[in-house]
Design a binder for this molecule. Structure first.
Ligand SMILES: NC(=O)c1ccc[n+]([C@@H]2O[C@H](COP(=O)([O-])OP(=O)(O)OC[C@H]3O[C@@H](n4cnc5c(N)ncnc54)[C@H](O)[C@@H]3O)[C@@H](O)[C@H]2O)c1
Length: 264
């Protein structure tokens, strides 16, 4: 198989970073995309430029073809620019993974500051739409027979009613609906669309969720999951890597739980 080219958003840390590393280990060329700066609408830190650079450095130990690209998924032009960068640099695109995500809430929906609600919807839902609009045509520009993959991070929140996280639940349910429809639209093209729904995974977004729920630490979420532990980002990345590969060709429009049984 010739080298596959992937673009991953939310790449500076957490699940996105683990996915960059995993795909690099599998020999992909990877464009690692992140806003790499705090979001003024949100009260907790985003991944930084230093973290993005560290992910790229670690990934380059496995694949020379890994590059950082700073783009805000709230900005459709910036997302289109990232897709163009990956396609131009490596001659095409095979995989686009929307992992950028943020959380806010901690109070009832009607009390959430509007700018926080807007940020949650714009990053978690519009960000995925922006990536689909830019990346799917690039995936379809690969000649047949192709094995393009559009992947998104949904959440257990896509199907559960999580109090104090209503906008996050709405955005993630939106991602699940988008993936189902996109999978059908892509039909026989050789490009598929799938999502994973992680359970509580040990990353900064979970630490922020713990703060929003007044929990002492993120580890408290482990009790909700039948496996009785938090998941590691690499465990989610390994499922994303399977979905990114040609071996997932029978799957499209699927929203796959990777949640230690949380949804059961
Ligand atoms: N960790 C969990 O328990 C969990 C559970 C379910 C779903 N998820 C989802 O998995 C995805 C990855 O989350 P994570 O756990 O790695 O979180 P994280 O906070 O560790 O990482 C998120 C990354 O996205 C980046 N980002 C945020 N806004 C951005 C923007 N506008 N443009 C570009 N990049 C931006 C951040 O800088 C950060 O590097 C998210 O979509 C999240 O909702 C996580």
């Amino acid at each position: 198989m010739s080298r596959r080219v992937a673009l991953v958003t939310g790449a500076a840390r957490g699940i996105g970073a683990a996915t960059v590393l995993r795909l690099a280990r599998e020999g992909y060329a990877v464009l690692a995309v992140d806003r790499a700066a705090d979001d003024p609408d949100l009260p907790y830190p985003m991944g930084g430029a230093d973290e993005l650079a560290a992910v790229v450095k670690a990934a380059r130990e496995h694949s020379a073809e890994v590059e950082a690209h700073v783009a805000d998924v709230r900005d459709p032009d910036a997302v289109a620019g990232a897709v163009a960068e990956g396609e131009n640099r490596w001659g095409g695109l095979d995989v686009a993974i929307a992992a950028a995500g943020v959380i806010a809430g901690g109070v009832p929906l009607w009390e959430v500051p509007p700018e926080q609600e807007q940020a949650v919807l714009e990053v978690n839902l519009n960000g995925v739409l922006h990536l689909a609009r830019a990346a799917v045509p690039a995936l379809l520009r690969r000649p047949r027979p192709r094995s393009g993959r559009f992947l998104a991070l949904a959440s257990a929140a896509a199907t559960r009613g999580l109090p104090m996280l209503a906008a996050y639940c709405a955005a993630k349910a939106g991602v699940a609906g988008l993936i189902r429809a996109l999978g059908v639209e892509l039909g026989e093209s050789g490009v598929t669309a799938n999502a994973v729904s992680p359970g509580s995974t040990d990353t900064p977004i979970l630490a922020e969720s713990a703060r929003l729920y007044d929990l002492p630490e993120a580890a408290a979420f482990a009790a909700q999951q039948p496996v009785r532990r938090l998941l590691e980002p690499a465990e989610v990345a390994s499922v994303l890597a399977f979905l990114a590969g040609p071996g997932s060709s029978a799957m499209t429009g699927a929203v796959v739980p990777v949640d230690g049984g949380l949804a059961l």
